[in-house]
Design a protein around this ligand. Structure first.
Ligand code: SF4
Length: 362
């Protein structure tokens, strides 16, 4: 089953974040594909989604406009594409649309078109300015925070806040958790996803205590008891511990139902593989010749549909199995070939975090 389709509208960016998996990881696909997806490739991807929704009337698809920086896609492509995506959304009522942007440049007309198409706007930002600006830097090495923070305010003044889906952050143990929580309170909408780092695997194990960081952030958040602060991984973990089958990439760990379409039309596996090896994301299928069902037959995409199939006995016997399920996919890789059969190299961090959440649920 495919739940999300991620379109690489651009293979270029206006920032140069140190940890960027598109341009600063093992994967160098960006050097071999067009900088901008041709409009006809984007429209073909929409046709493939329409076919898939038609074949599966019970399913929904989330379409993520991604890059690189997707707002750099030429307006001559973006405008007709969004008109077509919005029409498909209205027609099927089973298509979600999201733009994931760094918001370093503010294009009010584009953001309004996203809203008119029924889409949401997610913004990447990594905590308070001093910490964000160590990692999320411009091509010249300068910080990006001040400009993005101004642009977040403009979302509010332009009436776009209802379409702002929240901030996407990568966990950073350098940030004191109290400072991170205080920073969330400054956002126009206090909704944050805090991702496990994707650059650690068995070839590059973590050298920081992420578990303690998540645990302390959770403790502070729980004790603040402020329902306006929504930290997705905490919400997902609590739901899961209370028996929900709800699944998020950082919690649950049983499946990864995404397909990427790169700017050259090639179907790719999840971005989480880009730190593992150059070209590890590529499949033999492309959107011009193949539908989503065919892309889902790629051996790695198929394995991602049931990640629990090959987990080690220690995960199956683990008290956190239902919540963790072997851990975050990117952290299970390493060695030869794409192999998800090991537990996460961050198992200790996962355990520390989940132990803390459980201790609050009693
Ligand atoms: S906490 Fe560790 S042992 Fe338990 S399920 Fe997660 S990765 Fe496996």
């Amino acid at each position: 089953m495919i739940a999300s389709v991620i379109l690489k509208l651009t293979e270029t960016c206006n920032l140069d974040c140190t940890y960027c998996y598109m341009f600063n990881s093992e994967d160098k696909t960006y050097t071999r594909v067009p900088k901008f997806m041709p409009l006809e490739t984007g429209l073909k991807a929409l046709d493939r989604i329409a076919d898939y929704l038609g074949e599966h009337p019970e399913r929904r698809i989330r379409l993520v406009l991604h890059g690189g920086e997707p707002s750099l896609w030429p307006e001559a492509s973006m405008t007709p594409f969004l008109a077509a995506a919005g029409a498909l959304r209205r027609e099927t009522k089973r298509l979600g649309i999201g733009l994931q942007t760094n918001l370093y440049d503010y294009d009010a007309a584009l953001l309004k078109r996203i809203a008119a198409a029924g889409g949401s706007i997610g913004v990447s930002l990594d905590g308070p300015a001093a910490y964000n600006d160590r990692r999320r830097v411009t091509k010249g090495g300068g910080g990006s925070y001040a400009r993005v923070a101004e642009n977040l305010k403009r979302l509010e003044s332009d009436g776009l806040l209802p379409f702002f889906g929240g901030v996407l952050s990568v966990a950073d143990p350098d940030i004191p958790p109290a400072d991170y929580l205080a920073w969330i309170k400054t956002l126009p909408k206090k909704r944050v996803s805090v991702l496990w780092p994707i650059h650690y695997n068995y070839d590059a194990p973590p050298n920081r205590d992420y578990g303690a960081w998540y645990a302390e952030l959770f403790r502070l958040w729980a004790e603040a008891d402020d329902p306006s602060i929504d930290i997705r991984i905490f919400r997902d973990a609590i739901k899961r511990m209370l028996g929900s089958s709800h699944h998020g990439d950082g919690v649950g760990g049983e499946r990864l139902n995404s397909v990427i379409v790169n700017s050259d039309g090639q179907y790719e596996r999840h971005d989480y593989l880009r730190y593992f090896a150059d070209g590890a994301v590529r499949t033999d299928f492309n959107v011009r010749e193949h539908g989503l069902e065919t892309a889902a037959q790629d051996p790695v995409i198929r394995r991602c549909a049931d990640l629990r199939e090959t987990l080690p006995p220690e995960c199956v016997a683990c008290g956190h199995y239902e919540v963790c399920g072997g851990g975050f996919v990117a952290n299970r890789l390493g060695g030869e070939g794409v192999d998800f059969s090991r537990k996460s190299v961050m198992c200790g961090d996962h355990q520390r975090f989940f132990d803390t959440v459980r201790s609050y649920l009693g």
